[in-house]
Write a protein that binds this ligand. Structure first.
Ligand SMILES: Cc1cc2nc3c(=O)[nH]c(=O)nc-3n(C[C@H](O)[C@H](O)[C@H](O)COP(=O)(O)OP(=O)(O)OC[C@H]3O[C@@H](n4cnc5c(N)ncnc54)[C@H](O)[C@@H]3O)c2cc1C
Length: 508
């Protein structure tokens, strides 16, 4: 039985002192909470919004070493990421799986060049490799990717990487952390840091649902707030030099018939030196991504028109049927948490992670990738132990199997509910989820808003924005029965969701 938010909050408030307090509930923060709890530390995690509402719900959903970073010569980072890829595929097979990628080749030397490059990629994975890369004939390439542009196609290079569902993995990590006795709370924002003799010893936080303020005391405080890293560092020292830079990346979601239902396409070198992916996901295809430096950061980043045009025009060269704006079922934008460097273009900034400890012993872990979240967590907890004078404990997460939250959902749906029951019917004809998924998201996955359910427990908004808008009143009505919302609250919730969802629609 999963503890409810109210039960977790009660426990948080009644605990006098935590070993570790983690700020931020994305991949990095939840990974850190799981690591700390699995070493036996009493652990509290506070998330200002919903779990994964930041960057961690908006990735390309690949568990990869990063072919692009190999080209940049960052072999060490690629090797580390490939090692983590292997571990994640083993520890979370319910949500992470191998995926075939094909690089389509229209020049003869591309086949040789990329074929060789992918052999190096295979070798770096060593025994954690998924499958050997190989050259494909033109026929085989067309068989794997029926939507590819056949004009001038000479063949392709096949290789293997990992794929996952980012927010579903986040829920698995959260369930596993709670099983290890971590207390995780969404919608609690850290507003201030409490210091004793110049050292950070706790946080001041506000529950955005009740408006109530709390203080929580801990032996070590870990800042895992992604693009918001500097805002927490400024609570520690208002004059601190900023260390973060945000780069926006967007994805378009279209029908799988534009490419393939089971094979991803990778274009390794666009005109401006980027990588382009077309990845099958939940019966659709994700096309991405961009790399746009941004000065303003926020929790709901908006895709820019020029980013949409860039993706549509670039991918069109590789498709037999171009994607029109009206074919795009959803568009979503995410902000990469990049650690500043003297590089002028954000696409050249390293994706390695950074760990810093301030003079007041605030531990900050940032940068990195979803793929390396476990290693980032291990490094952060090692450092937190050290700077707060705790005796080092072994990190067990390399081999901890993550709880299969998906099985829990489907079991409940399959066993407890007759197939013809209303709760087993899709709540919208275009969306692959049923009423029971909504109830489960509320009762067992801490969903608090219509946006939580439609964006991060199910992936409706990311798959089909206009159908999600249509479904919102029905979702609010179901949530109301679990959360006791009156009609006014339901309307407010729907309006708030519709406002967020507007940015997922492509104008045409
Ligand atoms: C377009 C794009 C594509 C990507 N694709 C991939 C990919 O395919 N594979 C891969 O490995 N990586 C990918 N990444 C990178 C990966 O998504 C990120 O590195 C990772 O999600 C960052 O997680 P995080 O926990 O550090 O940050 P976030 O997920 O942003 O989490 C930080 C959290 O801190 C919370 N917070 C902020 N302030 C406070 C406060 N005061 N109190 C409490 N909480 C607070 C925020 O609400 C937020 O939820 C991609 C990134 C982008 C942008």
């Amino acid at each position: 039985m999963i503890s409810s938010r109210a039960e977790l909050l009660k426990k948080a408030v009644s605990t006098e002192r935590w070993d570790m307090i983690v700020i931020g509930g994305g991949a990095t923060g939840l990974g850190t909470a799981l690591d700390a709890a699995s070493r036996g530390y009493s652990t509290l995690l506070l998330e200002a919004n919903d779990f994964g509402k930041g960057t961690s719900s908006k990735s390309t959903k690949l568990i990869h070493g990063g072919v692009r970073y190999l080209r940049q010569g960052n072999v060490k980072m690629v090797m580390k990421a490939l090692r983590e890829r292997g571990r994640l595929l083993k520890n979370a097979p319910h949500i992470a799986h191998p995926l075939r990628f094909v690089i389509p080749c229209y020049k003869w030397w591309h086949k040789a060049w990329y074929g060789l490059g992918m052999k190096v990629y295979d070798a770096l994975a060593r025994r954690l490799g998924i499958g050997p890369s190989r050259l494909l004939s033109r026929e085989k390439t067309l068989e794997y990717i029926p939507g590819i542009n056949a004009t001038g196609l000479l063949g392709g290079v096949e290789y293997w990487d990992g794929q996952f569902d980012d927010t579903r993995l986040l829920i698995s990590i959260a369930h596993t952390a709670v099983q290890k006795k971590a207390v995780l709370l969404n919608y609690i924002e850290v507003l201030g840091l409490i210091k004793e003799n110049g050292q950070v010893k706790g946080v001041r936080a506000r529950d955005s649902e009740s408006g109530e303020e709390y203080t929580f005391t801990g032996r070590s405080i870990i800042n895992a707030t992604g693009i918001f890293t500097d805002s927490i560092r400024r609570l520690d020292d208002p004059d601190v030099n900023p260390m973060m830079q945000a780069a926006q990346g967007i994805h378009l979601v279209v029908d799988a018939s534009f490419l393939s239902t089971n094979t991803a396409v990778m274009v390794p070198d666009t005109d401006d030196g980027r990588v382009l992916f077309g990845v099958p996901w939940h019966g659709k295809v994700l096309i991405g991504t961009t790399d746009t430096p941004l000065k303003e950061i926020g929790i709901n980043p908006k895709p820019l028109e020029e980013e949409i045009e860039y993706l549509l025009s670039h991918i069109a060269r590789y498709l037999s049927r171009p994607i029109r704006p009206e074919d795009v079922q959803s568009v979503f934008a995410g902000l990469r948490p990049l650690v500043r460097s003297n590089k002028t273009d954000t696409k050249s900034i390293s994706r390695d992670h950074t760990l810093v400890v301030s003079p007041s012993l605030l531990v900050t872990i940032t940068g990195g990738k979803w793929t390396t979240y476990r290693q980032m967590a291990e490094d952060a907890v090692n450092r937190a132990e050290k700077v707060s004078g705790m005796v080092k404990r072994a990190c067990p997460t390399r081999s901890i199997a993550l709880i299969n939250s998906e099985a829990f959902r489907s079991e409940k749906t399959a066993d407890a509910i007759p197939k013809d029951a209303l709760s087993h019917q899709p709540f919208h004809p275009n969306l692959p989820y049923v009423e029971e998924d909504i109830r489960h998201a509320v009762t067992s996955e801490w969903a608090r808003t219509v946006d939580d359910v439609l964006s991060r427990r199910t992936r409706c908004l990311f798959l089909d924005a206009s159908s999600s808008i249509e479904a919102a009143p029905a979702v609010a009505a179901i949530m109301a029965t679990e959360l006791g919302w009156d009609e006014g609250r339901q309307k407010e919730e729907v309006a708030r969701f519709v406002q967020i969802a507007q940015d997922y629609l492509v104008k045409h």
